[in-house]
Design a protein around this ligand. Structure first.
Ligand SMILES: Cc1ncc(COP(=O)(O)O)c(C=O)c1O
Length: 424
């Protein structure tokens, strides 16, 4: 088990993914101030020194095969998409875009304010009611991203002396939630229920929260949610589950991993999710007991001090929720494609994860190979995710394939051939 005393690293620098999770009271260390003169924001030298230091760090990342570049996507882009998260193809569904267009003309472009000021439209409240009904919880609260929802949820669950027990494969937003909460965080090996039990047993009488994803974002495997809940309950701890990659994809009526594990509405479980994956939109949600949602409305910094998500997006997501709830046929098609991909890539001798949702990880020999592999796929008209440290929970580089029921089937099958043919 990792005792959570990892060092903090600048974002994008090579290093372990869970690095920087604070130990007891682990807050940001104040930066040393340079003495006198026109000094840079980056340390003890001048602005020129600072920029040169940034260049040197970029050079180090390049040598390690960790350069990251932005690539603009055209609206009529013909690439077969195995990199996005539009699992059900709802981002472009006519009912979704029509609902968004209607709200766009009705409300205008932005929400015009934070939720507690002018940003809380009837569209936001209707979406929250629909999400609460779908997830089987008391209340749901919409944020402008899943990242901000996770920051608020982790921090909101933390009280004095709280111990956070966080899975080693957790997403950066959960890790950052642990960091900004200031609570002691124990990082347990991935999906290791015994390690979670041991961590809780070693902290008797302390408030504790077990923090996990459901379907993990890198390898696509499912956390042992029922077992984690049983252990948490035995020790009087709460369970926080980020259902980002399961909502719309698994569970009864697509209600996600928590519902699939029979935990919907449990008073000691809090669920978060993004609205940007299977729902094809943007935003995030925290769902759970009414008392906790009220606590976030009144104290959640990433809720209070953030402009509300645009009403048009919210209305589009609401239409997507309707379609996802009744989307069993889409989910069956998705599962069929995931199985076909695992079969095809496995038969070609590639090392493929055993996915529980629509995320498939294919191991690459190293970061440079992963980059070259993804680039070759792109040249052949196929977009795949390329995950390298520090975006991976271990030192392994991967192609990450995210399967969508919305992609043309013939194109999808051809894309699998391309991935095999371009393998290093
Ligand atoms: C597991 C997980 N949680 C949270 C997020 C953040 O959600 P959002 O993109 O809406 O900020 C992501 C990725 O986007 C994710 O993969």
């Amino acid at each position: 088990m990792n005792a959570g005393n990892h060092r903090r690293r600048p974002s994008g620098e090579p290093g372990p993914r869970h690095a920087g999770v604070a130990g007891a009271g682990g807050n940001f260390a104040p930066r040393k101030r340079p003495a006198g003169g026109v000094k840079s924001a980056g340390g003890d030298g001048t602005v020129a020194d600072w920029l040169a230091a940034l260049d040197r760090r970029a050079e180090l990342r390049a040598r390690a095969g960790l350069t990251r570049t932005l690539r603009p996507r055209a609206a009529d882009d013909a690439v077969v998409d195995l990199a996005g998260n539009d699992y059900l193809g709802l981002a472009t569904h006519p009912e979704v875009t029509a609902a968004a267009a209607e709200a766009l003309s009705a409300y205008g472009l932005g929400a015009t304010g934070s939720r507690l000021v002018r940003g809380s439209t009837d569209a936001h409240h209707a979406l929250e009611d629909d999400l609460a009904g779908w997830l089987g919880v008391d209340r749901a609260l919409v944020f402008s991203s899943g990242y901000l929802a996770n920051l608020a949820a982790v921090r909101g669950l933390t009280q004095p002396r709280t111990l956070l027990v966080s899975d080693a494969h957790n997403h950066a937003s959960l890790i950052d939630g642990c960091r900004i909460s200031g609570a002691e965080t124990l990082v347990t090996p991935h999906a290791d229920v015994a390690a979670v039990a041991a961590a809780l047993a070693a902290a008797p009488g302390r408030p504790a929260v077990v923090v996990t994803e459901s379907v993990f974002s890198v390898d696509g495997d499912l956390a042992p949610l029922a077992e984690l809940h049983a252990v948490a309950r035995r020790h009087g701890a709460l369970l926080l589950v980020d259902d980002a990659h399961a909502l719309g994809v698994t569970g009864p009526a697509g209600a996600g991993g928590v519902a699939a594990a029979g935990l919907a509405g449990a008073p000691d479980v809090v669920v978060t999710a993004t609205l940007s994956k299977a729902l094809g939109g943007a935003g995030g949600v925290v769902a759970g007991p009414a008392e906790f949602v009220r606590h976030l409305v009144e104290t959640g910094r990433t809720f209070i001090f953030d402009t509300a998500p645009p009403p048009a997006v919210v209305a589009g997501v609401r239409a997507a929720v309707r379609l996802a709830r009744t989307g069993d046929a889409l989910r069956a098609e998705l599962a069929d494609r995931v199985a076909a991909a695992v079969r095809r890539l496995g038969a070609a001798g590639l090392s493929v994860s055993a996915p529980d949702g629509a995320v498939i990880s294919v191991t690459a020999p190293g970061p440079q190979d992963a980059t070259a592999w993804a680039a070759a796929c792109r040249e052949h008209g196929v977009a795949v995710g390329c995950f390298r440290p520090p975006s991976t929970p271990d030192s392994r580089s991967r192609l990450r394939l995210t399967v969508s029921a919305g992609v043309d089937r013939a194109g999808f099958d051809r894309a699998l051939d391309v991935i095999v043919e371009c393998a290093p």
